[in-house]
Design a protein around this ligand. Structure first.
Ligand SMILES: [Zn+2]
Length: 347
């Protein structure tokens, strides 16, 4: 051991080899809590940035997509009206052609003075030579201060309602299957009341087994010979005729046909009565009046009257027969007009 050698000289032999800068740089130092928090915050910020960028990218793509969708829709909208107008154009042409063909057919019937031997539409029976030259009856004068009335259909030229030809009887047949007991008398009364108010002559042509159908032919030569099919009055249930389900106690209406001038009249028709509803009605006090009123209401439709909003008229909406069960002043005024239309010999 030499003099002067102190503890300081006894240096770690590796000390010199240690580059303090290196040592500093190589040092792993546990980060402080603040540093950790800052690092986490930075990481979060970066992740948020990335998510935002991703979101913007997707939004941009969505915008492009939306724009394309919008463009397609705009194009479709531009195209569709064209299609609609084209379809309408074609339809109009077809309707015009049919109308022209129909006018031609009708035109040949016009053959003045000889219409009875001219060409008639195939679904028309031969002209009925037994038809009278003048009305078979006249309606009583209309009440002076009538209530409201409405017609089911008006003539095309607006000259008046479509009605029955007053110069020939309104024939009717009854399919009695399912009729409530006593219904026959009620029907007779309702028919008589309708005839009295219109001047129309109703003729009972007996019974039939013809079932009611929605698209009933007005001319059925196999069943009813060479004349318009009589009005069919039948009793149904809401199982056979869903249209009378609920509070609807019946349906009634005439079937119009036009002559060569385009003027129309009812040539046939049908009245459907809900056997179950009327059966139940007949069990109530005053049920007879109510049931007869329902039948009469349907006959009102048959001859051309529509509903009115006035509860004192028999043609008030279904299910609420007027208290008297008979025609109101508006009904009578409407029936007067219906019974006063010109004769239709060509039909
Ligand atoms: Zn009705």
């Amino acid at each position: 051991m030499g003099a002067g050698a102190g503890p300081g000289s006894e240096r770690d032999p590796f000390e010199q080899l240690l580059n303090p800068d290196f040592a500093q740089s190589a040092e792993y130092r546990e980060p402080s809590a603040e540093e950790r928090a800052a690092a986490v915050a930075a990481q979060k910020a970066a992740a948020r940035k990335e998510r935002e960028a991703d979101l913007r990218r997707r939004l941009a793509e969505q915008a492009v997509h939306d724009d394309e969708v919008a463009k397609r829709e705009r194009r479709a909208r531009r195209r569709n009206p064209t299609r609609i107008w084209k379809v309408l154009g074609i339809l109009t042409a077809v309707v015009a052609a049919l109308a022209f063909a129909w006018m031609q057919t009708r035109g040949s019937v016009v053959a003045v003075g000889d219409s009875r031997t001219s060409v008639r539409p195939a679904d028309y029976p031969p002209v009925d030579d037994s038809v009278s030259d003048s009305p078979l009856g006249t309606p009583p004068p209309a009440p002076l201060d009538p209530g409201p009335y409405e017609f089911v259909q008006m003539q095309q030229d607006g000259s008046g309602p479509i009605a029955w030809d007053p110069c020939r009887p309104i024939r009717y047949v009854v399919n009695p299957s399912g009729a409530p007991a006593g219904a026959e008398q009620l029907l007779e009364q309702a028919v008589a009341n309708t005839a009295a108010a219109t001047g129309f002559q109703f003729v009972d042509s007996g019974t039939t087994d013809e079932p009611w159908t929605k698209q009933r032919d007005a001319y059925q030569p196999d069943r009813y010979d060479d004349r318009w099919a009589p009005v069919l009055i039948s009793w149904e249930t809401q199982n056979t005729v869903p249209d009378i389900a609920g509070y609807i106690a019946g349906l009634g209406g005439g079937t119009p046909r036009s002559d060569s001038s385009g003027r129309a009249a009812y040539v046939s028709g049908a009245v459907v009565l809900d056997a179950e509803d009327l059966d139940a009605m007949l069990l109530e006090p005053d049920g007879t009046t109510a049931a007869r009123a329902v039948i009469q209401h349907e006959l009102g439709h048959l001859v051309g009257l529509d509903h009115v909003a006035d509860a004192s008229q028999l043609m008030y909406t279904e299910g609420t027969p007027a208290q008297t069960g008979d025609w109101g002043t508006g009904d009578l005024a409407g029936l007067n007009v219906l019974g006063s239309q010109p004769c239709m010999p060509e039909l």
